[in-house]
Write a protein that binds this ligand. Sequence first.
Ligand code: NAP
Length: 337
Amino acid sequence: MPVTNHRITFARSPRGLPTPADFGADETPIPVPGPGQFLSRTVYLSLDPYYRNVMKNSPIYAERLAPGDVMIGETVAQVIESHHPGFAVGDFVAVRNGWQQFALSTGEGVRRLDAAVAPLSTALGVLGMPGLTGWAGMVHLAEPLPGQTAVVSACTGPVGSTAGQVARQMGARVVGIAGSAEKCDYAVRDLGFAACVNYKDGDLAANLKDACPRGIDVYFDNVGGETLAAVFRNLALGARVVLCGMIEAYSLDQPPPGPFLGPVVGARASLKGLVVYDHLHHFAEMNRVVSGWIREGSFRYREDVTEGLASAPEAFCRLMRGGNFGKALVKVAPETR
Ligand code: NAP
C-alpha cells in the first residue's frame, strides 16, 4: 500500500492540442474518511474527450479547474476504508476520483459495480456514460428503422461503437466512419457494420455516396466539421442527424465556420442535440440490454489501456489526436490487491 497519494493536476489551459506540459503532478497524504465517507483506491481512470473542454473552462460544463487542482475524471475504484453505511470495504464502485490514486466520497452519484455482470472497466466505456450516450442517441433520438442506413463517426470508440451496434441490433444497415484502415477493418469484421469509410483516404463525401447509395437516413455525429459537411451532402429524405460531439473543434482556439446547411433543408432533415445527462433514467435499461449482448457475444468493444497514473497526460494527449483505438483508460492499480 503506497504511503502517499500520487495526483495528476491541471497546470494550464492548452493552446491547441494538449501536451503533457499542460499537466502537473504532486504527492499528498492519503486522505482519512470522516463520518458518512469512504476512501477508495483508483483502479481504472477514464479518459474522455470532454476533459479538453473542461480544461478551457467551457461554460457548458459545471466543473471548473484552477491551476493545481486534481484533474477531473470518472474512475473505477475499490473501497478500502468506510464510515458510510451503504459501502463496505472491498466494494467496487464507479466514482469521480479524478486523476489520483486515492479519494474520499460521500457516496453521492456513486454506482456500485458487479464484476459478475461485466468486466469492471466497461463501467467507464460501453456500460458507462459513453455507452449510455450511444444508446440514448440511437434508441431515443435517431430511431433508425429496419433497413435504413445509419452512419456513425468515430465509430470504434465507446460512444460510436455502441451507437453503431445498437443501430445494427435495431435492424439498420450501419456504415462507420473512422480514421485508419485498421479501425475500419475492425468496424466491419468485429462490430458487424456493413461498411466503413476511412475519412483520411480520399474524398469522404464521394466515398460515403458509394457506401450509402440510397442516402443516409440517420447520422450519429461525434466529430463535426468537415465530416458533418460531407454527410450533409448525402442525406436521404427525412434524415435524422444526432449532434453528439464535435471533437474536431475541441482543440481549436476559434470555432471553425459551420457547415453549409442547405442540404438539411433539401432533405427535410431534422437535427437533434444530444446531452447524455438528459438520459440518465435510461441507464438501467441500457446496462441490462447491452451487458446481455456482451455475454451472448453479439456486442463487441475494445479498450485502449495505458499502464500507470503517470502515463495519463500523454495518453490523454494521444486521445485528443485521435490516436486511441477503443475506450481510452489508464490502469492505475491492479483490480485485486
Ligand atoms: P473516442 O471515439 O474513443 O475518441 C475520439 C475519436 O474521435 C478518436 O479516436 C478519433 O477516431 C475521432 N476523431 C475524429 N476527428 C478527430 C480529430 N480531428 N481529432 C481527434 N480525434 C478525432 O471518444 P468517445 O469517448 O467515444 O467520444 C466520442 C464523441 O462523443 C466525442 O466527441 C465526445 O465529446 C462525444 N460525447 C458526447 C456526449 C454527449 O452527451 N453529447 C457524451 C459523451 C461523449 P477516428 O480515428 O476514428 O476518427
